[in-house]
Design a protein. Structure first.
Lengths: 332, 308
């Protein structure tokens, strides 16, 4: 009984919000986010844009971890593939300057290809092995970036990467990138929520809950796992290219294993499988430490503690997906 | 390059590989023990290794400052190992009690994510305690070597290789012969039935964590003495590599973990002859990926049914 009351108390504010029609909710939120930059100034716009990149990464990884239930700890590799592909083809390094917009589908495809190539051998493994192998893969990519000096300039990084342009207009200020990233986020949210509600999404969830039962129902496990892996990777690729374009220069340290861990943390703390949860997670985990520089030292300490506490006390996250909430209740 | 391939260099590299391999094997045993009993990857094991190394450091540097080490060098080294083992065991038991026990019945990914959380937490606690500095381990061993023909081996390498074999043999006998060891095997076979037979399952799981952590601490103190410096980051890469070793040998299988450790250490040491040293870690990780693709149950592992 106590448990039930607590549940209700936790969910009451959300029920009030959920009573508003969905289209109105969405347009209010998007409208609010869209008018922010002039109101909050350059610094905050920059912080929010940074959060936005993590929202994209989080939503992409959420497809892999939350929807399909595959714990991928090497997600940063695909982010790096996107960023470095753009940097190779749009910087003075090789003197090639492919336009940003052409590179977006190219990077998404490349990252998806990387995801599939990694996926084909490893997806047959058990869940926890998969986690460690992907972690190893992420490290291999980082070590390669760090050491293939001829290609990546090693730790010196790739500099003067082209900004995106539309005609003669160039994306330069934080506000420009803010809108670019916002568009990217909206696109990712749209695609993943459509996917989640589709036949593919249902197949993923069936597979996550009971692989054998799903296979018996005629779901091609390997195909759907591979699909989740490739789709998730392609979002990271797009996140990577936007990151490279925004920063103008990239270094191997931008692609450490901590990026993967951060993204995993934010989707777990926000609510596995839930898109609003991912957004909230990104704001809390990436935005707040960015602002509170003074406590930045304690940031990872708090992350670690949060992960443990969440797993023990609220494994569905702060804003759980409706489906997952039901599932977790049943297990009690 | 080819000039490096004299038999002498080859043998010396194999000895270096055995030294590192002994350390991997000690850590790998902790993974295998815990996996055997709880079917979970204790991701924080690398951090427990790191804490053991720091505990040994604290004891050793205290002995050095007080001058005790110059009168009783052997005793101070033994004390450093003992304190490291004690500290790590306590930490292992504490982590199991606080973080893993509540999740024993949870879906499979929850304990793994929880373990990642513990690992991040422990690493950052240590970072705050030492202010992210790299600490210099006190110099206990003189840099002396014995010459066997044209090959020279340092005394410390002999100590690491012999010490690790001794420790592992001790553990093996403990698990195979003692009453507690029998209970450990019973729990890993079937927790509920073991409980019905009067085995205190919680206590046995605690013992398992303590034993694995103590071996990790031995490895930690050895690494500190061998390389001469330690940092709060030192647990991550050896942790992953030792996991690779455990998988290579067949996770859950104790002799397999030891064998896996030595093979991985030698493969790395020989790999450095062919590839630039920066790619050493790539060798280990590629090894892991390849084993899991072609022989996921490892060299000595039993067939484990696929479970999502």
């Amino acid at each position: 009984m106590m448990e039930k009351n607590r549940e209700e108390w936790l969910n009451r504010p959300w029920q009030a919000v959920l009573a508003i029609p969905r289209w109105l909710q969405l347009s209010l939120i998007i409208g609010f986010v869209a008018v922010l930059p002039p109101l909050i100034g350059n610094y905050w716009t920059h912080v929010l844009a940074y959060v936005g990149i993590y929202v994209m990464l989080g939503i992409g990884l959420n497809v892999v971890v939350g929807f399909a239930g595959l714990l991928d700890l090497g997600y940063v590799a695909f982010y790096a593939i996107g960023a470095y592909s753009y940097a190779f083809l749009a910087s003075p390094k090789f003197g090639i300057h492919v336009p940003f917009w052409a590179m977006i589908p190219a990077c998404a495809a490349l990252a998806a290809l990387g995801g599939a190539l990694l996926g084909i051998p490893v997806l047959r493994m058990r869940g926890d092995y998969l986690a460690i192998v992907t972690l190893g893969f992420g490290e291999i990519i980082r070590i390669l970036i760090n050491n293939l000096d001829a290609l990546t300039n090693g730790p010196k990084g790739l500099l003067r990467i082209d900004p995106p342009t539309i005609g003669s207009f160039q994306f330069t200020t934080p506000t420009h990138f803010y809108y670019l990233i916002l568009a990217g986020c909206l696109f990712t949210v749209f695609v993943t929520s459509r996917l989640n509600d589709s036949r593919i999404g249902r197949a993923w969830i069936a597979m996550r809950e009971d692989q054998d039962a799903a296979a018996l129902m005629g779901i091609d496990i390997l195909k759907y796992k591979l699909m989740a892996f490739a789709i998730g990777a392609s979002f990271a690729g797009v996140g990577g290219i936007i990151f490279a374009a925004k920063m103008g220069s990239i270094f191997p340290d931008d692609f450490s294993v901590m990026v993967s861990v951060n993204v995993i943390c934010l989707i777990i703390i926000g609510g596995l499988g839930s898109i609003p949860g991912v957004i909230l997670g990104a704001v809390v985990l990436i935005g707040i430490p960015e602002v509170l520089r003074a406590v930045a030292m304690y940031r990872m300490l708090a992350f670690g503690l949060l992960l443990v506490l969440m797993m023990i006390f609220r494994p569905m996250g702060i804003l759980p997906s409706a489906r997952r909430k039901l599932e977790l209740k049943k297990e009690d | 390059m080819s000039i490096l391939f004299t038999p002498q260099v080859l043998i010396e590299q194999i000895i270096n590989g055995l030294t590192i391999g002994a350390i991997y094997a000690l850590i790998a045993l902790g993974y295998t023990l815990v996996y055997g009993i709880l079917l979970m990857i204790n991701f924080a094991h690398g951090e427990i290794f790191m804490f053991g190394s720091f505990a040994g450091y604290v004891v050793l540097s205290w002995f050095f400052q007080s001058g005790f080490a110059s009168h009783h060098p052997v005793l101070s080294i033994v004390m450093a190992f003992a304190c490291g083992m004690l500290a790590s065991s306590l930490l292992g038991i504490l982590v199991e009690r606080l973080a893993y026990r509540p999740l024993r019945k949870a879906p499979r990914l929850s304990p793994l994510i929880c373990a990642i959380g513990v690992s991040i937490f422990l690493q950052n606690i240590m970072m705050l305690m030492v202010e992210a500095k790299i600490l210099m381990y006190p110099d206990v061993f003189p840099e002396e070597t014995v010459a066997v023909g044209p090959i020279s081996i340092s005394y410390f390498q002999i100590l690491i290789i012999a010490g690790s074999i001794l420790m592992m043999a001790g553990l093996y006998v403990f698990v195979k012969k003692s009453k507690t060891g029998k209970a450990m095997r019973a729990v890993s076979e079937d927790k509920d039935t073991a409980a019905l037979m009067g085995v205190n399952v919680d206590r046995i799981i605690g013992t398992t964590f303590a034993a694995g952590s103590a071996l990790a601490a031995v490895a930690g103190v050895m690494v500190g003495m061998y390389y001469g410096q330690i940092s709060h980051m030192m647990g991550f890469v050896p942790g992953i590599k030792a996991f690779t070793a455990a998988v290579l040998g067949g996770i859950g299988n104790m002799p397999g973990a030891m064998l896996g450790g030595y093979i991985l250490g030698i493969a790395e040491a020989l790999g450095v002859l062919v590839l630039p040293a920066q790619y050493k870690d790539v060798i280990a990780f590629s090894f892991l990926v390849l084993i899991l693709i072609f022989r996921p149950r490892g060299i000595m592992g039993e067939v484990v049914a696929e479970r999502a």
